[in-house]
Design a protein around this ligand. Sequence first.
Ligand SMILES: [Zn+2]
Length: 77
Amino acid sequence: MAKSADSRAAALSTAGLPRLLTGDMRPQLRACLAPGCVFSYVKQHPRRAWCSAGRGDRARVARHYQRHLVAKTDPES
Ligand SMILES: [Zn+2]
């Protein structure tokens, strides 16, 4: 009896999986924008662009550094 309940729960969760990948959740799934990061994340905030806050901080620092580096090494512009 407990066994049939378990298998029914397993069947339900398996049936829900395709809907998770193709249904309402799918448009919210985004690839992380951090350089070198291969993770995806569910977009819960319009300005979120990274899989974690730590990645976002690092990506911002890298972008800031890159911009200043370019400005320094290009004196005639
Ligand atoms: Zn990431």
